[in-house]
Design a protein around this ligand. Structure first.
Ligand code: 0PR
Length: 393
């Protein structure tokens, strides 16, 4: 779009006014109409901390040594949530960067000249970016009827060029958890690293387990797990950007570090993809974990898990709709037997609902901003659309 760089400036108020008007068409989390996003309205404390420390740059940790120490503590607390004492990693820009760093580590630790990664068909598209950037070939393992990866197929696909295995704890489309214990055994047997993508599930599963939900182990408690992606900017309720990558061993971080020794403090190296990067993200993550604690996140997860089960039971009662599978976490996906799902998604978006229809189903992510009233209203719109569609036949 052709836009001229303005020769003279506008008043601050005028700039703000224009931005407010221009963004009116954006859907906001507060409206309760965003039902298909893994992000949410950030917690007020995390928002406040983010704003207070917006000038901190972890790309030059010698300048902001206090922030760097706080990032290390944030990583330590995430590692502890995932069953690991210690742990190495960073608060990064999101799950994409975290997954890229994990694949970069697996590739660098191997001596294969034609590196391959075995991953589930349900993996997030960030692995396509990792593959393209790092020259690692993706070898897809098939899913079983319950949409978890077929561990026997993973095993069949391991070759001498395999650099690692990926398992998913909370898939993007359905929120299902792969059989990570079995993948861990496989990783140990074959001497391969296992990366668990818990970008979404990492901030749900530990709390749901504490509430009594019967979910498989997925983290460093399993010997074969060498790295985990866990994103504070999803269910962690921290402002974007805040992803997390945690490695079990320090040598993993070393394998992806480059020297940046001229920076303040000297002897500095960087493992992240981004150079200059927000300290505010790490500080907001630290602050919210300290403030909510385990029990605070348990309360958040309790509500959204219950809401998901209620919503799933409502879908089951509706003619013309079918659950893709029983929800495992706080994601409920359904399809229609009465109407093309793509058309249903388009019609819902036209009525102001923020939903995505992909892989043949509509995904509802029960984030903390979603209220029962929003879901009731959504279901009324779905019923009207199904009825309208039926009368057109
Ligand atoms: N791994 C998994 C399992 C994911 O679901 C995602 C993102 C990622 C990695 C990548 O994370 P970043 O997007 O932080 O790099 N999954 C969401 C999705 O594709 C991202 C998203 C978030 C999409 C909010 C839409 C939205 O409104 O659904």
């Amino acid at each position: 779009m052709a836009m001229r760089f303005p020769s003279d400036g506008m008043e601050e108020d005028e700039v703000i006014r224009e931005l407010k008007i221009r963004t009116r068409e954006d859907l906001t989390f507060d409206s309760g109409r965003i039902l298909g996003s893994m992000c949410t309205s950030p917690h007020p404390l995390a928002r406040r901390v983010f704003e207070m420390f917006i000038d901190r740059n972890l790309g030059d940790p010698g300048l902001h040594t206090g922030s760097r120490r706080i990032e290390k503590e944030a990583v330590g607390m995430l590692a502890s949530l995932l069953g690991l004492e210690g742990g190495y990693g960073h608060i990064v820009s999101g799950g994409t960067e975290a997954n890229i760093l994990a694949v970069r580590d697996m590739r660098n630790m191997s001596d294969s000249e034609k590196p391959e990664l075995v991953l589930p068909r349900s993996a997030h598209f960030s692995f396509l970016k990792a593959s393209d950037m790092l020259g690692v070939r993706l070898v897809w393992a098939e899913l079983r009827d319950d949409y978890t990866v077929d561990v026997r197929d993973v095993e069949r696909k391991i070759t001498d060029d395999t650099v690692g295995i990926v398992g998913i704890a909370g898939t993007t489309g359905l929120g299902v958890i792969d059989d990570i214990p079995a993948l861990s055994d496989l990783a140990v047997d074959y001497g391969l690293p296992l990366h668990v993508d818990a970008a979404f599930g990492g901030f749900v599963i530990p709390f749901a387990k504490a509430l009594g939900y019967d979910l498989p182990d997925f983290d460093f408690r399993l010997r074969g797990v060498s790295s985990v992606t866990v994103d504070p900017h999803k269910m962690g309720m921290v402002p974007i950007p805040a992803g997390g990558i945690i490695f079990r061993d320090k040598k993993a971080l070393d394998s992806i570090s480059v020297p940046a020794s001229y920076l303040a403090g000297g002897g500095v190296s960087q493992a992240t993809i981004t150079g200059t990067r927000p300290g505010a993200s790490a500080l907001a993550t630290w602050a919210l974990i300290k403030h909510l604690g385990f029990s605070g996140y348990v309360r958040v997860v309790d509500r959204v898990m219950k809401l998901s089960r209620w919503f799933a039971s409502r879908i089951k009662l509706m003619d013309g709709l079918r659950l893709v599978r029983e929800p495992v976490l706080n994601i409920v996906s359904f399809t229609s037997t009465a109407m093309d799902v793509g058309t249903l998604g388009t019609e819902l978006r036209a009525r102001g609902w923020g939903v995505s229809a992909h892989r043949g189903y509509i995904r509802i992510v029960m984030m903390p901003h979603v209220r029962k009233e929003n879901l009731e209203e959504f279901l009324r719109d779905v019923s009207l659309l199904l009825a309208g569609n039926a009368s057109n036949l």
